[in-house]
Each structure stands twice: as C-alpha cells, then as structure tokens.
Design a protein around this ligand. Structure first.
Ligand code: HSE
Length: 437
C-alpha cells in the first residue's frame, strides 16, 4: 500500500521533532499503521533542525494554503499556534476533506465545538492528543481506556513551565525570572509565556480534559484561572513545614451542583505521587468509579515527547482512513448528540480547604480577632504556625490551614481580616486539596 501523505504547518521545535521521529522510526511506525506515513509538504518560514531530519523529499513553501489545498495530502498537521490563522487553516483543511492533527490546545479549547461540528459534517477526524500534557497519551486513556467509568474528578500538573519554575524555586532557591528564561530557552514555555505563568495554558488543557471526562461542550470562558506569579519562597517553605508541596493544578470535579473547572496553585500532601512530579514533567490523576484512582505521568512539553503524541494521532488517523466515520471514537469521547450541558460552578461556589498567610502586628489580641472572624464565617482551623518575629521587625507571619469551606465564605472572612488594624498587607491564600479518592 502506498504511504499516506501528510502536510505539516510549522517546522519549529515541535514540527522539527515530529519529522525527526517520523523519519527515524519510519519502519516501526509503518508496521503499526499498516502503511508508511510521510511528510510530503511543509509550510515553514524557519526550519528547526535541533533534531536532524531530511527535507529532500518535502515540498517546502511559505504559503499555508499551498499545503492545505494540495489534493494528494490526506492529513494536515497544524502546528501554527494561536487561534486565528490556525482556525482558518483547520477549517479549510476540513472543508477540503482532509483529516487534521493538532497540538494546539488554545485552538481546541476556544474553537473546538465549531471545528468538531465541521469535521463531523465532513466525516473527517481532528485529533489532538498532543494538545494536553505533551507526550502523555492522556486523551486516549480517558476517551478509550476509561470508557467504562463515570469519572469523578481529574487533577493534573498540565503546565510543564509552571512545574519547572516551582521545582527550581524550591530546590535551588532560583529566582522566578531566571527560571522562566531557562524554560523559554529549553522550548517548554509558550511564545507568550504569560499563558504559562498566569494559568491560561493549563486552562486550555483543562477545558479539553473536562469535556472528554464528562461529555460536556468545551467551555473555556467558564474556567477559573490563576497562575503561579504570586507564590513566594516563604509559601513554598511554610507549605513544606506543614507537610505539603505547592503544585500548579488543573482540577475538574463532578459535584451534585455542577462541574468545577479551576486552575490554580494548590497545596497537596507531600506523600501523594503528584507532589513528587518535578521539573517539566506532567502528571494527570483521574478518579473514576470502576477503576478508582489512576495516574498518568510523562514529559509534558518538548520536541520529541510532543512529536510522539502527534505521530500516535497520525497512526490512528491512518488506520481509520478506511473506516466508516460513524464507527470512529467521537472527538469528545461521547457521541456528539449525547453531549450534555451540565452547569459549570463559579469559583465562589466551590468548596475546598485553604492555606492562609497573614502578616500580623506583634501585639496582644490580634490573633484572637482573626480566629473570631474565621469562626463567625464557620471556618474551622486545622493547623496554625506563628513565626518568631525577625529582629527589628514589628510584624510576624501567621500561617494557617483550614478545613473545607465554600470559597465565598472564605472571601468574606479574608475581606474582614484585611480590614483589621493589626493586619499588614494582603492575606495570601492558596487552596488545599487532599486528592484522596
Ligand atoms: N508551554 C507548555 C507547558 C507546553 O509548559 O506545558 C506544552 O503544552
């Protein structure tokens, strides 16, 4: 059988890694797919050859539509990033009857509903394994491996850059800005790194995970997103003293009132496997009713791991070229007509435990005022540490862990605490999750 012809849009870090692996493991991949898979056309302004590959048999162009409109190309790999031109090219490829493989989480999270509807109409596949958690086959695991289960919740370290920064800050005491620059040099961070450190990239990925876990439409606008920029070395150290690590998590949970969809720094017990996921590595913990907890771990970014996920999709699409579209795995795991619009809970409605750090004037009665406010708001304290004042400083840090409470009640308590005369500055608040099933 003749090899399937693939056009690739972008030959940067991920594109280069993909072509490298595709050429290096060509024989092994063909044995799996049933025929060869070759890149015949590529659109690229720059060609990244950090990992070596040949472009001798590739028609190179700077015109995206030349690739997307080439009749013999059956699959388009979209690696443009962004949501404007990437959306146009993806829809054009679909309109031309081509299958699409993409690593673009922003595109899927933002325009996935429209793109999947168009793909369904045309009977083509849009595959996006590389969009979430880099090389970890988490889409396949949830969509197919857990198909028997009712999923209860997912908690994932799904932004490698944030995890890399938090790890380096804790282990080496490195400065935030230095580690971020290193992550950019290593090709982990997004072109706009604010997407990494403000939680937007994790928000894109969580949107996708929630849809395939619960069979709901993609709803990026309803995700609560908070990044790691306000985490201080003190918080990292105090969390450690209390037996916790701070991890940037994407969490989605099915509750009786609706679906939680939130991305934020989180204290998790040190003994959890997830707490020990370091550097750029990603991990996704899924709790489901039949299997119970299951954990998926691996490289969340980088040329070869992301290339690995893209090629897995290429193999899957190649095998499906001759299948009836109605017998394929649905894009969002559930049949398109079976998606349900469950309510997404605003962050004020979620219930969780909290870590609080307060800067308090070192004088009689202030702590009593703080604990009174907490008890007035039905907030139960689980642990409390008061740090010795430093010489010549008139305030001390008080660190607390609370039991679970609704976020809106915690907001009220924090507002009241910040108004006390004995409190200096803002109260630092980090949510705490035990992650037991
Ligand atoms: N910037 C992303 C991260 C790349 O750091 O995880 C992979 O999606």
């Amino acid at each position: 059988m003749k090899p399937v012809k693939v056009g690739i849009l972008g030959l940067g870090t991920v594109g280069g890694g993909t072509v490298h692996v595709l050429q290096k493991n060509a024989e092994e991949i063909a044995r799996r797919a049933g025929r060869g898979i070759v890149i015949t056309h590529a659109c690229a302004k720059t060609v990244n050859k950090t990992h070596p590959y040949s472009t001798d048999d590739i028609v190179l162009t700077e015109e995206l539509s030349e690739v997307v409109n080439t009749p013999e190309v059956e699959i388009i790999v979209e690696l443009l990033g962004g949501t404007t031109i990437a959306r146009e090219m993806t829809l054009q490829a679909i309109a031309n009857g081509k299958h699409v493989v993409t690593a673009n989480k922003a595109l899927i999270a933002t325009h996935g509903n429209e793109i999947f509807a168009a793909a369904q109409e045309k009977g083509v596949i849009v595959a996006f394994e590389a969009a979430v958690a880099g090389g970890i086959p988490i889409i396949k695991a949830i969509r197919e491996g857990l198909a028997a289960n009712k999923i209860k919740w997912i908690a994932g370290i799904i932004n490698g850059t944030s995890n890399f920064i938090l790890t380096e800050m804790r282990d080496k005491g490195s400065l935030f800005a230095d580690v971020l620059a290193e992550a950019q040099n290593l090709g982990y961070a997004e072109r706009d790194p604010t997407f990494d450190i403000e939680g937007v990239d994790a928000g894109h990925k969580l949107t996708i995970l929630a849809s395939i876990a619960f069979g709901i439409p993609l709803q990026l606008d309803k995700v609560y997103m908070e990044g790691i920029t306000k985490i201080t070395p003190e918080d990292v150290q105090y969390a450690n003293e209390l037996g916790y690590r701070i991890k940037h998590l994407g969490i989605t949970k099915r509750t009786e009132k609706g679906i939680e969809l939130r991305v934020h720094p989180t204290l998790i017990p040190i003994q959890r496997l997830l707490a020990n996921v370091e550097g750029v590595m990603n991990a996704v913990l899924v709790d489901s009713d039949a299997l119970g907890p299951s954990l998926y771990y691996g490289a969340g970014a980088g040329a070869l791991p992301t290339g690995s996920a893209i090629i897995a999709d290429l193999v899957e699409v190649t095998r499906s070229l001759t299948t009836d579209p109605s017998n394929r795995v649905p894009h969002l795991a559930f049949q398109a007509k079976a998606l349900v619009d469950l309510p997404i809970l605003p962050i004020e409605e979620i219930e969780t435990a909290y870590y609080l750090r307060l800067s308090v004037l070192d004088k009689l009665g202030v702590l009593a005022q703080v604990t009174n406010i907490l008890s007035d708001n039905a907030i139960n304290i689980e642990a409390i540490i008061q740090k010795e004042p430093l010489a010549g400083v008139d305030h001390v840090s008080i660190v607390m862990l609370t039991h679970k409470v609704q976020e809106k009640q915690m907001n009220q308590a924090i507002d009241a605490i910040e108004k006390l005369d004995g409190i200096t500055g803002k109260v630092a608040r980090i949510r705490v999750e035990s992650l037991d099933s």
